[in-house]
Design a protein around this ligand. Structure first.
Ligand code: ADP
Ligand code: MG
Length: 699
């Protein structure tokens, strides 16, 4: 039934959009990262709309976005099962087009009154009743002639809550106008050698491309104007990194060389029950060279779980000790710190070296004693958690700071371990260890101030972990495998996905799974480790597992990183499709640490997404952490892969490290040249580019 075309304002139909209460505009903009003119200028369109011409209604093609202009011939409210809709028809000389609004502003009906001429922008589709219709077209004021239409494509910007497209367009245009007199930060000869357009021209082009612009190249960001922007971004990044590096090079650190008498290291290596792998020897050589150079080492050692990075930490620490100085090793969790402590004590006590231990949960007397031993220099090697970087910790003369599982710490935390200067004004060396490999392109741009070593070899005698994909319905069969594994004297990890925090705690998959396994396997000891437990509870469960007192450890992802339980040979991951690649790889690395044959069972839900399927395929096919990291970077992109917190560098917004690898190289070279020839312009460029995010760099 047709309804009257005007509704009294008081009884608003259901489809009318209501205004909400919003934060002040400046705050809303800040959330979008829009503060300075430059921020607005770099807020680039998501896509464009071609409003430069009017399309005749008779020529519309379904699915092809178009702009039409015509007279409203009908407009009415229609009741549908989904609520009231506003339906209208417009006509030009060539045909008739239907319009439909499921949501609309109260004003829309007035604008679409019969007889009114309107300009519409939208995507025509076949209408149910025949002919074509546009759903939610944009309505604009009619133009008298084509001459008054825009001369360039209309940008469509990403919006935040309560920020309007038209407002943003005006604001950005104004910022672009203000930029008129801006000099190009990149010297002409560099621009020419890379065949890059000017910066201002590029920005203007990207905000307002001409009607004949290559839509494909704009969309895929391969247009030369896009390349210019990506280049500038990478250039700013490389300049910043270089500057950080120059600052770092100006610092002095103790020259730690092998003592003439041979020192502690040969004896230590001789005392080990195994020989160093070739990779361990090579990386130790790289570390030793850094330590002797008199400049603070800034080295990241990457290597898959179980490749033996701890020994490298021990060697670096010994080099400090044999030159009469201290070394500190910081680990992300109490249990891991304790494992390191025990291992180091076992290794080093025979050599007469005093190792101290510091966590946040020591008894007051114990802590005071540890702090005193650290301050007096009596403690040579100090192992601990974040407690090492808390107030009140004073080293006598810390020469080597080691951060294990460095990706678990923020940049600021990593650096603060080296912030204590020694009595002679020297800075400590920094060694970082990580089992999360960072692909080369990523390392080059985010970690350019860091040298990277790779331990690409596992100790001999390890049998590779066999990875099996099993559908969730066959979980019972996996419980059978578990029973068998335990009957052979081995232990098992069973990992469940984390769920929404809001769900009742005792219904989490991990808790349920532990109950279920306990009911089915009454003669086995089942342990439970979840995020809801206190650190102390977690630690005691982990310890019991490490001691073999627990057969099956059911856990959420909180399984403590780096923990070494060689007797565990089976890892079951339930709902494996919900885990990320890096997580799966890390979890799998928990088994296969002893000589025994180990397996990783990935229980997956058949209704998984395409990406989930791809992840499982990758993890089954490869055990190479670097290959997995590379695929992960491809699947997720660097922003996800390496958080800002993590890298200390703003995440790239425009450049793609894989796709634009050649530009990364070009930017590296150009940064060096610019800092030589136009140092001021170079610094200005970097500062401006990262202005809104600058605080990150000083973290
Ligand atoms: P990660 O690199 O994951 O930190 P760890 O340092 O914990 O690895 O070493 C894993 C296990 O391998 C430890 O039990 C360690 O003692 C042992 N290990 C380290 N290097 C060797 C080696 N060269 N030969 C045999 N076993 C080794
Ligand atoms: Mg480790």
């Amino acid at each position: 039934m047709p309804q009257p075309t005007s509704t009294p304002a008081r009884s608003r139909p259901a489809g009318v959009i209501r205004q909400q209460k919003l934060a002040p505009l400046a705050e809303r903009l800040r959330r979008l990262g829009l503060v300075s003119d430059w921020d607005f200028i770099l807020h680039l369109p998501l896509r464009y709309e071609d409003e430069t011409k009017i399309d005749p209604i008779g020529m519309l093609v379904p699915g092809e976005t178009a702009q039409v202009q015509g007279e409203v011939v009908r407009s009415q409210m229609t009741a549908t099962p989904r609520g009231q809709q506003l339906v209208a028809q417009v006509r030009d000389e060539t045909g008739l087009l239907a319009l439909r609004f499921i949501h609309y502003y109260a004003d829309t009906q007035r604008v679409l009154r019969p007889g009114a001429v309107v300009r519409l922008f939208g995507e025509p589709r076949p209408a149910y009743a025949g002919g074509l219709e546009m759903i939610h077209p944009k309505i604009r004021k009619p133009v008298a002639s084509d001459a008054t239409l825009p001369k360039s494509l209309t940008p469509v910007y990403p919006l935040g809550e309560g920020v309007q497209q038209t407002w943003l367009r005006k604001r950005i245009s104004r910022a672009l106008l203000d930029m008129q007199g801006m000099e190009d930060p990149v010297p002409e000869e560099i621009r020419r050698s890379l065949d890059l357009p000017g910066l201002r021209a590029s920005l203007e082009y990207l905000h307002n491309p001409p009607p004949d612009a290559d839509a494909e190249a704009l969309g895929s960001r391969t247009d030369p104007h896009w390349r210019r922007l990506k280049f500038d971004e990478l250039l700013a990044q490389q300049i910043t990194l270089r500057e950080m590096r120059v600052l770092a090079l100006a610092e002095r650190a103790p020259e730690l060389r092998e003592p003439a008498a041979g020192g502690l290291i040969p004896a230590f290596i001789a005392s080990l029950p195994f020989r160093l792998t070739g990779a361990q020897e090579r990386v130790w050589g790289e570390i030793a060279r850094d330590l002797a150079a008199g400049r603070p080492m800034h080295r990241l050692v990457q290597g898959d779980v179980g490749c033996g990075k701890t020994i490298l930490a021990a060697l670096a620490a010994l080099r400090a000790v044999e030159s009469g100085r201290q070394a500190a090793i910081m680990a992300p969790t109490g249990i891991l710190a304790e494992q390191h402590f025990e291992k180091l004590c076992a290794w080093l006590e025979p050599l007469g070296i005093r190792t101290a231990w510091l966590t946040g949960r020591q008894k007051a007397a114990e802590r005071t004693a540890a702090l005193e031993a650290i301050r007096s220099g009596e403690a040579k090697i100090i192992v601990g958690t974040h407690a090492l970087i808390q107030e009140g910790v004073e080293f006598e003369n810390l020469a080597v700071a080691i951060v294990d599982e460095q990706h678990r710490f923020g940049v600021a935390q990593r650096l603060s371990l080296t912030s204590s200067k020694m009595k002679d004004g020297l800075k400590p060396h920094l060694l970082m260890l990580s089992a999360t490999p960072i692909p080369r392109t990523l390392a080059m741009s985010y970690l350019a101030d860091i040298d990277v070593s790779v331990v690409d070899e596992l100790p001999p005698g390890r049998t590779p972990v066999e990875t099996k994909l099993v559908r969730l319905e066959r979980r019972d069969a996996v419980v059978g495998v578990l029973r068998h594994t335990v009957s052979e004297g081995r232990q098992v990890y069973w990992v469940c996905p984390l769920i929404e925090e809001s769900e009742a705690l005792d219904l989490t998959p991990a808790v349920e799974c532990a109950r279920d396994l306990a009911a089915r396997l009454p003669d086995l000891r089942i342990g439970l480790l979840t995020g809801a437990m206190t650190a102390q509870e977690k630690e005691s469960v982990m310890k019991a597992f490490a001691a073999g007192e627990i057969h099956v450890l059911v856990a959420t992802i909180v399984i403590e990183v780096g923990v070494d339980v060689p007797n565990a040979t089976l890892m079951v991951i339930e709902h494996a499709e919900r885990f990320g690649l890096a997580q799966l790889h890390q979890l799998r690395g928990r088994v296969g640490r002893g000589g025994a044959k180990s397996a990783c069972v990935l229980l997956y839900d058949d209704r998984l997404s395409e990406e989930g399927r791809e992840r499982l395929r990758i993890i089954r096919e490869t055990t190479d952490g670097f290959e997995i990291a590379r695929r992960d970077l491809q699947l997720r992109g660097p922003g996800e892969f390496l958080g800002e917190q993590q890298s200390g560098m703003p995440i790239l917004r425009f450049a793609d490290l894989e796709e634009d690898a050649a530009l990364v190289e070009a930017a590296r070279t150009a940064a060096a040249r610019m800092l030589e020839s136009h140092p001021e312009a170079a610094r200005r460029h970097a500062r401006r580019w990262f202005s809104a995010r600058a605080e990150l760099l000083t973290a």
